[in-house]
Design a protein around this ligand. Structure first.
Ligand SMILES: C[S@@+](CC[C@H](N)C(=O)[O-])C[C@H]1O[C@@H](n2cnc3c(N)ncnc32)[C@H](O)[C@@H]1O
Length: 291
Protein backbone atom coordinates (compact mmCIF):
# COMPACT_ATOMS: atom_id res chain seq x y z
CA UNK A 1 0.00 0.00 0.00
CA UNK A 2 1.25 3.42 -0.85
CA UNK A 3 1.25 6.68 0.96
CA UNK A 4 -1.04 6.13 3.96
CA UNK A 5 1.28 7.83 6.39
CA UNK A 6 3.27 9.88 3.90
CA UNK A 7 2.84 13.60 3.45
CA UNK A 8 3.70 16.18 0.77
CA UNK A 9 6.60 18.52 1.68
CA UNK A 10 4.06 21.21 2.64
CA UNK A 11 2.63 18.92 5.30
CA UNK A 12 -0.55 17.91 3.44
CA UNK A 13 -1.54 14.29 3.41
CA UNK A 14 -0.74 12.55 0.15
CA UNK A 15 -3.77 11.09 -1.56
CA UNK A 16 -3.74 7.35 -2.07
CA UNK A 17 -2.23 6.83 -5.47
CA UNK A 18 -0.68 4.11 -7.49
CA UNK A 19 1.92 6.43 -9.05
CA UNK A 20 4.89 5.80 -6.71
CA UNK A 21 4.20 2.07 -6.90
CA UNK A 22 4.19 2.31 -10.70
CA UNK A 23 7.50 4.18 -10.57
CA UNK A 24 9.13 1.46 -8.43
CA UNK A 25 7.66 -1.11 -10.78
CA UNK A 26 9.21 0.65 -13.82
CA UNK A 27 12.61 0.87 -12.14
CA UNK A 28 12.45 -2.77 -11.16
CA UNK A 29 11.64 -3.69 -14.76
CA UNK A 30 14.52 -1.58 -16.04
CA UNK A 31 16.92 -3.20 -13.59
CA UNK A 32 15.68 -6.62 -14.58
CA UNK A 33 16.24 -5.83 -18.29
CA UNK A 34 19.77 -4.53 -17.62
CA UNK A 35 20.69 -7.53 -15.50
CA UNK A 36 19.17 -9.88 -18.07
CA UNK A 37 21.34 -8.33 -20.78
CA UNK A 38 24.38 -8.40 -18.50
CA UNK A 39 24.16 -12.07 -17.56
CA UNK A 40 23.41 -13.14 -21.13
CA UNK A 41 26.48 -11.28 -22.36
CA UNK A 42 28.58 -12.58 -19.45
CA UNK A 43 27.74 -16.09 -20.55
CA UNK A 44 28.63 -15.32 -24.17
CA UNK A 45 31.88 -13.67 -23.06
CA UNK A 46 32.85 -16.70 -20.94
CA UNK A 47 32.26 -19.04 -23.87
CA UNK A 48 34.26 -16.79 -26.19
CA UNK A 49 37.17 -16.61 -23.74
CA UNK A 50 37.21 -20.31 -22.85
CA UNK A 51 36.39 -21.87 -26.20
CA UNK A 52 37.56 -19.39 -28.82
CA UNK A 53 40.31 -17.75 -26.69
CA UNK A 54 39.03 -14.31 -27.68
CA UNK A 55 40.59 -11.24 -26.02
CA UNK A 56 37.68 -9.51 -24.26
CA UNK A 57 39.23 -6.03 -24.37
CA UNK A 58 39.11 -6.13 -28.18
CA UNK A 59 35.38 -6.82 -28.35
CA UNK A 60 34.20 -4.92 -25.30
CA UNK A 61 32.17 -2.41 -27.32
CA UNK A 62 30.53 -5.23 -29.29
CA UNK A 63 29.60 -6.98 -26.06
CA UNK A 64 28.25 -3.73 -24.65
CA UNK A 65 26.08 -3.25 -27.76
CA UNK A 66 24.87 -6.81 -27.45
CA UNK A 67 24.02 -6.24 -23.80
CA UNK A 68 22.08 -3.10 -24.74
CA UNK A 69 20.23 -4.96 -27.47
CA UNK A 70 19.24 -7.83 -25.17
CA UNK A 71 18.18 -5.39 -22.45
CA UNK A 72 16.08 -3.47 -25.01
CA UNK A 73 14.40 -6.68 -26.18
CA UNK A 74 13.56 -7.63 -22.60
CA UNK A 75 12.26 -4.12 -22.05
CA UNK A 76 10.01 -4.28 -25.12
CA UNK A 77 8.68 -7.63 -23.88
CA UNK A 78 7.79 -5.80 -20.66
CA UNK A 79 5.81 -3.27 -22.75
CA UNK A 80 7.98 -0.47 -21.39
CA UNK A 81 7.64 2.98 -23.03
CA UNK A 82 9.94 3.50 -26.03
CA UNK A 83 12.36 5.78 -24.17
CA UNK A 84 13.33 2.87 -21.94
CA UNK A 85 14.40 0.98 -25.06
CA UNK A 86 16.63 3.89 -26.08
CA UNK A 87 18.11 4.06 -22.58
CA UNK A 88 18.82 0.32 -22.57
CA UNK A 89 20.34 0.43 -26.05
CA UNK A 90 22.66 3.30 -25.18
CA UNK A 91 23.57 2.70 -21.53
CA UNK A 92 26.33 0.04 -21.71
CA UNK A 93 27.88 1.20 -25.04
CA UNK A 94 28.09 4.77 -23.76
CA UNK A 95 29.62 3.58 -20.48
CA UNK A 96 32.30 1.68 -22.44
CA UNK A 97 33.00 4.66 -24.74
CA UNK A 98 33.25 7.12 -21.85
CA UNK A 99 35.46 4.71 -19.92
CA UNK A 100 37.82 4.49 -22.91
CA UNK A 101 38.25 8.28 -22.87
CA UNK A 102 40.05 7.91 -19.54
CA UNK A 103 38.70 11.16 -18.16
CA UNK A 104 39.79 12.33 -14.73
CA UNK A 105 37.14 11.34 -12.16
CA UNK A 106 36.45 15.02 -11.39
CA UNK A 107 34.73 15.36 -14.79
CA UNK A 108 32.09 12.84 -13.77
CA UNK A 109 31.44 14.75 -10.59
CA UNK A 110 31.29 18.03 -12.54
CA UNK A 111 28.84 16.51 -15.03
CA UNK A 112 26.66 15.18 -12.24
CA UNK A 113 26.65 18.54 -10.42
CA UNK A 114 25.79 20.39 -13.63
CA UNK A 115 22.86 18.09 -14.33
CA UNK A 116 21.76 18.38 -10.70
CA UNK A 117 21.85 22.20 -10.92
CA UNK A 118 19.71 22.13 -14.07
CA UNK A 119 17.22 19.38 -13.26
CA UNK A 120 17.40 19.33 -9.46
CA UNK A 121 15.00 16.73 -8.00
CA UNK A 122 13.28 15.65 -11.19
CA UNK A 123 13.15 12.18 -9.69
CA UNK A 124 10.73 13.57 -7.08
CA UNK A 125 8.95 16.35 -8.97
CA UNK A 126 8.73 14.33 -12.20
CA UNK A 127 8.89 17.63 -14.05
CA UNK A 128 11.98 18.17 -16.21
CA UNK A 129 13.07 21.46 -17.74
CA UNK A 130 11.63 22.41 -21.10
CA UNK A 131 10.54 25.89 -22.04
CA UNK A 132 7.41 27.54 -23.39
CA UNK A 133 8.11 28.86 -26.86
CA UNK A 134 7.44 32.31 -28.33
CA UNK A 135 4.21 31.30 -30.02
CA UNK A 136 2.90 30.13 -26.65
CA UNK A 137 3.95 33.43 -25.05
CA UNK A 138 1.96 35.30 -27.70
CA UNK A 139 -1.09 33.12 -27.12
CA UNK A 140 -0.80 33.68 -23.37
CA UNK A 141 -0.54 37.43 -23.87
CA UNK A 142 -3.93 37.37 -25.61
CA UNK A 143 -5.37 35.51 -22.65
CA UNK A 144 -4.06 37.74 -19.86
CA UNK A 145 -6.54 39.86 -17.92
CA UNK A 146 -7.07 43.32 -19.42
CA UNK A 147 -6.63 45.06 -16.07
CA UNK A 148 -3.38 45.05 -14.07
CA UNK A 149 -3.12 41.74 -12.30
CA UNK A 150 -0.96 39.16 -10.54
CA UNK A 151 0.26 36.23 -12.60
CA UNK A 152 2.32 33.26 -11.50
CA UNK A 153 4.37 30.73 -13.46
CA UNK A 154 4.69 27.53 -11.38
CA UNK A 155 8.20 26.30 -12.11
CA UNK A 156 9.38 29.26 -14.18
CA UNK A 157 12.50 27.55 -15.56
CA UNK A 158 14.93 30.11 -16.97
CA UNK A 159 12.29 32.87 -16.85
CA UNK A 160 12.13 33.19 -20.62
CA UNK A 161 8.33 33.15 -20.68
CA UNK A 162 7.95 35.57 -17.78
CA UNK A 163 10.41 38.07 -19.22
CA UNK A 164 8.50 38.13 -22.54
CA UNK A 165 5.15 38.58 -20.81
CA UNK A 166 6.48 41.17 -18.37
CA UNK A 167 7.92 43.31 -21.18
CA UNK A 168 4.63 43.25 -23.04
CA UNK A 169 2.51 43.92 -19.93
CA UNK A 170 4.33 46.35 -17.63
CA UNK A 171 1.05 46.96 -15.77
CA UNK A 172 0.93 43.36 -14.47
CA UNK A 173 3.05 41.74 -11.80
CA UNK A 174 4.62 38.41 -12.62
CA UNK A 175 5.92 35.88 -10.11
CA UNK A 176 8.02 32.86 -10.98
CA UNK A 177 8.92 30.06 -8.56
CA UNK A 178 11.70 27.70 -9.51
CA UNK A 179 13.51 25.11 -7.41
CA UNK A 180 16.37 24.14 -9.74
CA UNK A 181 19.40 26.35 -8.92
CA UNK A 182 20.75 27.03 -12.42
CA UNK A 183 17.46 27.86 -14.18
CA UNK A 184 16.50 29.97 -11.15
CA UNK A 185 19.80 31.91 -11.37
CA UNK A 186 19.33 32.50 -15.10
CA UNK A 187 15.73 33.64 -14.48
CA UNK A 188 16.91 36.06 -11.78
CA UNK A 189 19.62 37.55 -13.96
CA UNK A 190 17.36 37.75 -17.00
CA UNK A 191 14.66 39.67 -15.14
CA UNK A 192 16.89 41.95 -13.04
CA UNK A 193 15.92 44.98 -15.12
CA UNK A 194 12.19 44.17 -15.02
CA UNK A 195 10.57 45.75 -11.95
CA UNK A 196 7.31 43.87 -12.51
CA UNK A 197 8.89 40.41 -12.14
CA UNK A 198 9.68 38.55 -8.92
CA UNK A 199 11.64 35.33 -9.20
CA UNK A 200 11.89 33.18 -6.10
CA UNK A 201 13.84 30.03 -5.53
CA UNK A 202 11.66 27.47 -3.83
CA UNK A 203 8.96 24.87 -4.04
CA UNK A 204 5.78 26.08 -5.70
CA UNK A 205 3.73 23.61 -3.66
CA UNK A 206 4.43 25.89 -0.70
CA UNK A 207 3.19 29.02 -2.51
CA UNK A 208 -0.43 29.99 -1.93
CA UNK A 209 -2.29 30.57 -5.20
CA UNK A 210 -4.85 32.77 -3.48
CA UNK A 211 -3.37 36.07 -4.66
CA UNK A 212 -3.19 35.19 -8.37
CA UNK A 213 -5.84 35.68 -10.97
CA UNK A 214 -3.85 33.81 -13.59
CA UNK A 215 -1.85 30.67 -12.81
CA UNK A 216 0.30 29.14 -15.52
CA UNK A 217 1.77 25.66 -15.34
CA UNK A 218 3.89 23.76 -17.86
CA UNK A 219 4.70 20.64 -15.87
CA UNK A 220 4.05 17.00 -16.74
CA UNK A 221 1.16 14.55 -16.32
CA UNK A 222 2.44 13.41 -12.89
CA UNK A 223 1.64 16.49 -10.73
CA UNK A 224 -1.65 17.44 -12.42
CA UNK A 225 -4.03 15.74 -9.93
CA UNK A 226 -2.21 17.36 -7.03
CA UNK A 227 -2.13 20.74 -8.77
CA UNK A 228 -5.86 20.54 -9.33
CA UNK A 229 -6.44 19.82 -5.63
CA UNK A 230 -4.26 22.80 -4.71
CA UNK A 231 -5.94 25.08 -7.24
CA UNK A 232 -9.41 24.10 -6.04
CA UNK A 233 -8.40 24.75 -2.43
CA UNK A 234 -6.61 28.05 -2.95
CA UNK A 235 -7.55 29.89 -6.12
CA UNK A 236 -10.16 32.61 -5.87
CA UNK A 237 -13.46 32.28 -7.76
CA UNK A 238 -13.02 33.15 -11.42
CA UNK A 239 -9.23 32.89 -11.39
CA UNK A 240 -7.78 31.05 -14.34
CA UNK A 241 -5.48 28.03 -14.38
CA UNK A 242 -3.76 27.49 -17.71
CA UNK A 243 -1.88 24.25 -18.21
CA UNK A 244 0.42 23.94 -21.17
CA UNK A 245 0.03 20.52 -22.81
CA UNK A 246 -1.05 18.51 -19.78
CA UNK A 247 -4.68 18.07 -18.91
CA UNK A 248 -6.09 17.66 -15.44
CA UNK A 249 -7.42 14.10 -15.38
CA UNK A 250 -11.11 14.03 -14.67
CA UNK A 251 -11.66 17.81 -14.99
CA UNK A 252 -13.00 19.37 -18.15
CA UNK A 253 -11.24 22.42 -19.46
CA UNK A 254 -13.72 25.12 -20.43
CA UNK A 255 -11.44 26.18 -23.27
CA UNK A 256 -8.56 24.71 -25.23
CA UNK A 257 -6.35 27.20 -27.02
CA UNK A 258 -4.43 25.71 -29.94
CA UNK A 259 -1.12 27.40 -30.54
CA UNK A 260 0.12 27.28 -34.11
CA UNK A 261 3.64 26.10 -33.38
CA UNK A 262 5.60 23.07 -34.49
CA UNK A 263 4.72 21.07 -31.37
CA UNK A 264 1.02 21.91 -31.69
CA UNK A 265 0.87 23.21 -28.16
CA UNK A 266 -2.47 23.17 -26.47
CA UNK A 267 -3.30 25.39 -23.55
CA UNK A 268 -5.92 23.85 -21.31
CA UNK A 269 -7.89 26.52 -19.47
CA UNK A 270 -9.66 25.80 -16.22
CA UNK A 271 -11.48 27.84 -13.66
CA UNK A 272 -10.97 25.65 -10.60
CA UNK A 273 -13.52 27.75 -8.72
CA UNK A 274 -16.20 29.06 -11.02
CA UNK A 275 -17.95 32.43 -10.94
CA UNK A 276 -20.37 34.25 -13.16
CA UNK A 277 -17.98 37.15 -13.80
CA UNK A 278 -15.86 36.47 -16.88
CA UNK A 279 -15.23 40.04 -17.93
CA UNK A 280 -11.61 39.99 -16.75
CA UNK A 281 -10.54 37.62 -19.55
CA UNK A 282 -12.07 38.91 -22.78
CA UNK A 283 -9.74 36.69 -24.84
CA UNK A 284 -11.37 33.59 -23.38
CA UNK A 285 -15.08 33.09 -23.89
CA UNK A 286 -16.99 31.29 -21.16
CA UNK A 287 -17.37 27.58 -21.83
CA UNK A 288 -20.77 25.90 -22.11
CA UNK A 289 -20.61 24.86 -18.45
CA UNK A 290 -20.12 28.43 -17.35
CA UNK A 291 -22.68 30.40 -19.33
C1 LIG B 1 8.60 22.30 -18.03
S1 LIG B 1 9.52 23.50 -17.17
C2 LIG B 1 8.59 24.97 -17.59
C3 LIG B 1 9.41 26.24 -17.48
C4 LIG B 1 8.61 27.52 -17.68
N1 LIG B 1 7.42 27.55 -16.86
C5 LIG B 1 8.22 27.67 -19.12
O1 LIG B 1 7.04 27.43 -19.39
O2 LIG B 1 9.06 28.03 -19.94
C6 LIG B 1 9.02 23.14 -15.50
C7 LIG B 1 9.91 23.74 -14.46
O3 LIG B 1 9.30 23.53 -13.20
C8 LIG B 1 10.33 23.33 -12.24
N2 LIG B 1 9.73 22.66 -11.09
C9 LIG B 1 9.22 21.41 -11.03
N3 LIG B 1 8.71 21.16 -9.81
C10 LIG B 1 8.89 22.28 -9.08
C11 LIG B 1 8.55 22.65 -7.75
N4 LIG B 1 7.92 21.81 -6.93
N5 LIG B 1 8.87 23.89 -7.33
C12 LIG B 1 9.50 24.75 -8.15
N6 LIG B 1 9.85 24.46 -9.42
C13 LIG B 1 9.54 23.25 -9.89
C14 LIG B 1 11.35 22.50 -12.99
O4 LIG B 1 12.64 22.62 -12.38
C15 LIG B 1 11.30 23.15 -14.39
O5 LIG B 1 12.23 24.18 -14.49
Amino acid sequence: MVGKSRRWPDGKQKPRTTQPAARVHALRHALFAQLGGFFAVLLIALILVRVARVEIAGILIVLAMLQGGIAAIISSRQNAPYWWLLIHLGFAPLAVIVQSLQLASGWYLAGFLLLLAIFWRTDQSRVPLYLSNRATSRALLDMLPTAPDHIIDLGCGTGSLLSRLARARPDCHFVGIEHAPLPWLIARLRTLSLPNVTIRRGDFWLESLAGYNFVYAFLSPAPMPRLWEKARAEMTPGALLVSNSFEVPGASAFQEVRVSDHRRTRLHCYRPNKTSDFTAFPGIPPGPDQE
